[in-house]
Design a protein around this ligand. Structure first.
Ligand SMILES: NC(=O)c1ccc[n+]([C@@H]2O[C@H](COP(=O)([O-])OP(=O)(O)OC[C@H]3O[C@@H](n4cnc5c(N)ncnc54)[C@H](O)[C@@H]3O)[C@@H](O)[C@H]2O)c1
Length: 389
């Protein structure tokens, strides 16, 4: 038995498109799901552009005020694909109206907002999820399986980078519809909330809570013209951030993120080194998980010999996470599929009562690490994140 699941999507930008694609595809590739997404309404302020997007993607209706969207009785879930400064107001109102809430990352601009949002969904008892979609890259899900199987052993080091290069030119403006990421009032922070939030979510999923950080940030271009005022204004975001971390399990972490790494477009990598093995991943080569095995899990037997080396696992076989839903072994999936996987997991969570992660509470923990980074920059020393062990 299937049933319609009516979604209202806020925002028709990058994520509006990625999510709309997922809503359209999920039932075809995950036919065992009971819920069948219906693109009930698209909400954005510009009626013409919203109308064009709605007709391209097959939305039944358009709203130009998110309050009107949330009031509607025919909407089961609100999906927030708008900039970070809108997340709290929208999520809290949607939860109060009894809607399920799916929210893009970072959950909020800071911990205070994220706490209010988490309270709201928990008080309302509505299903909720934050789109940290990289957990759903099959190779990253496989890394999680490898860790859970005990193949890494005692963890020593976690190393993450998230590098881009699109803001190096000094004449890139800030603010407005296209460059809100450079406006601190809208974004909350720069690379920390935008990029490192992903790295932190992945790291804590794979390697447990980050308990302490010491951080350094830089804003290389101090002033940029603001698209809304036309004036040169101070830049309030962090252009680059590097931090050291300690995990609750005793391992050490290094994290680096910037939008000034010439040649790097979306270089999201991590490596976890343990006593028994290591895993390495690079989003620019997303089909592969690199694995080094030193000790066979569960046996304690050393497996290294003269042919030992890093193993490149092409994560396209039926036994790999999510891959039995797509093509035959050897055929790859890409970026957009991560959103289909996240949505499928969310709907399955609604159906089974076993809520998909990360939910708002989990994303709040990531937000705590982000806030601790800025507290450390301020104080110049180590800061406890407050993330629970
Ligand atoms: N999961 C990921 O990998 C990922 C990638 C990119 C962006 N994001 C997140 O998704 C969110 C949106 O980012 P984006 O890149 O899609 O931005 P975008 O600028 O491409 O699109 C934002 C959309 O929000 C709409 N909007 C803005 N204010 C609104 C309001 N008050 N009411 C209704 N609509 C409004 C805009 O018209 C636009 O359609 C951000 O929180 C961002 O951090 C996540």
């Amino acid at each position: 038995m299937t049933k319609p699941w009516n979604v209202g999507v806020v925002g028709y930008g990058f994520m509006g498109k990625a999510h709309s694609n997922a809503y359209r595809k999920v039932a075809n590739f995950f036919p065992d799901l009971e819920h069948r997404p219906v693109l009930k309404a698209l909400c954005a302020r510009d009626a013409d552009k919203a109308g064009q997007f709605a007709s391209t993607w097959g939305f039944e209706s358009v709203e130009t005020d998110w309050r009107r969207l949330i009031e509607r009785d025919d909407i089961d879930a609100i999906d927030i694909c708008s900039p970070n400064d809108t997340h709290e107001e929208l999520a809290v109102a949607a939860a109060k109206a009894g809607k399920m809430v799916l929210c893009e990352k970072p959950l909020a601009r800071n911990v205070a907002e994220a706490e209010r949002m988490t309270d709201a969904v928990e008080k309302a008892g509505v299903a909720n999820m934050v789109w940290f979609n990289y957990r759903r890259v099959p190779a990253i899900s496989l890394a999680k399986q490898v860790v859970d199987e005990g193949r890494i052993g005692r963890p020593f080091h976690y190393r993450a980078t998230y590098l881009q290069d699109w803001t190096i030119a000094e004449d890139v403006p800030q603010g407005g519809a296209t460059l809100w990421r450079l406006d601190v009032d809208v974004a909350g922070s720069g690379v920390t909330g935008d990029l490192l939030a992903h790295s932190i979510d992945t790291a804590m999923w794979l390697n447990g809570p980050i308990t302490r950080v010491v951080a350094d940030t830089e804003t290389f271009v101090k002033e940029r013209v603001h698209q809304e005022t036309g004036k040169r204004q101070a830049v309030g975001i962090d252009d680059a951030c590097q931090f050291l971390a300690r995990f609750a399990n005793g391992s050490m972490g290094t994290f680096e993120s910037t939008r000034y790494a010439r040649g790097r477009k979306n270089y999201n990598t991590f490596e976890l080194n343990g006593a028994d093995g290591s895993v390495h991943f690079d989003l620019e080569d997303p089909q592969y998980l690199d694995f080094f095995e030193h000790t066979r899990a569960g046996t304690g037997d050393k497996v290294e010999d003269h042919l030992t080396g890093w193993r490149r696992v092409h994560v396209t076989n039926f036994e790999h996470p999510y891959m039995d839903k797509w093509w035959v072994p050897g055929c790859t999936v890409g970026y957009e599929h991560t959103f289909v996987h996240a949505l499928a997991d969310f709907l399955r969570g609604v159906e089974t009562g076993n809520a998909a992660q990360p939910d708002f509470r989990s994303a709040l923990e990531t937000q705590r690490v982000c806030d601790a980074i800025f507290a450390s920059v301020e104080s110049g020393g180590w800061v406890d994140t407050g993330v629970k062990s």
